[in-house]
Design a protein around this ligand. Structure first.
Ligand SMILES: C[S@@+](CC[C@H](N)C(=O)[O-])C[C@H]1O[C@@H](n2cnc3c(N)ncnc32)[C@H](O)[C@@H]1O
Length: 240
């Protein structure tokens, strides 16, 4: 698929950067093994069955997946509708995850990709559109001084969610967060991923204690909890 077949917003407005090397089609092909299998189980101690349950309990026929990578989660979610009635939007700053995820999901749903920086809110032409929005393993990739510096992502969700919609996500917390005990492998990976020449992660200032107040600026119904190295959240009732 060529660049032109995926619509994108004005790239000069983006605050994050693309990374076509890290998010190559080859890496999308091995994402499940490296991240879903190894990192979740050995480093972040994220229970994939509980993440799957989050999707199965909350996904709707009008869904937005932010930062899909290889769409592992949606590929294993029980479809809430038939393939011609399940509409999934994909939003990603990188081109390759959109190409890969669209292909993977194409026999399950009508898939509409858009290349956009999640930090630039409101997201274009998507106000009050989705009954469900998921954003897994994305916040820790974003530049910004902790969760307050990543507020555009929360503002975007609040604007794009319908009044009765639900959104959820999970993200690895910073190395210095006093409320989290990262294991040795997690500490090693987080340190390496945050190196200035890599920037796979940019989560040094992300703290569990800051997530709930930040989300409460945009939602009346906020639930935040931790699992291993990560914070999880479910939000409803966007403030208008
Ligand atoms: C680590 S992967 C997460 C994949 C999957 N959602 C999961 O749960 O594991 C991060 C995804 O977020 C995307 N991404 C990174 N920065 C972004 C940004 N500023 N705006 C939108 N997408 C972004 C990446 O291209 C990639 O698809």
């Amino acid at each position: 698929m060529s660049e032109n077949t995926i619509p994108h917003t004005d790239k000069t407005q983006w605050v994050s950067s693309t990374d076509s090397k890290l998010y190559s089609l080859k890496n999308m092909g091995r994402y499940s093994q490296l991240i879903g299998n190894l990192s979740h189980r050995k480093a972040w101690l994220l229970d994939n069955e509980k993440l799957k349950a989050l999707y199965n309990e909350n996904v709707s026929s009008r869904h937005l997946e932010v930062g899909p990578a290889n769409a592992e989660m949606l590929s294993n979610t029980t479809p809430p509708a038939s393939p011609d009635e399940w509409r999934i939007h994909l939003m990603d700053i990188n081109h390759n995850p959109l190409v890969f995820a669209k292909e993977v999901l194409s026999d399950r749903a009508i898939v509409e990709p858009v290349q956009h920086d999640v930090l630039v809110a409101p997201w274009p032409n998507l106000s009050r559109t989705f009954d469900s929005i998921a954003m897994g393993n994305v916040l820790h990739c974003l530049p910004g001084d902790g969760f307050p510096g990543k507020d555009g992502a929360f503002a975007g969700i609040a604007d794009a969610l319908t009044d009765d919609g639900v959104a959820w996500g999970y993200t690895v917390l910073g190395l210095e967060d006093p409320d989290v005990e990262h294991n040795f492998l997690a500490r090693t990976l987080i340190r390496a991923y945050n190196k200035p020449n890599r920037k796979f992660f940019q989560n040094t200032g992300d703290r569990l204690a800051d997530l709930e107040p930040q989300l409460k600026q945009h939602f009346d119904d906020v639930t935040v909890w931790s699992m291993g190295s990560a914070a999880l959240f479910i939000v409803k009732k966007p403030k208008r």
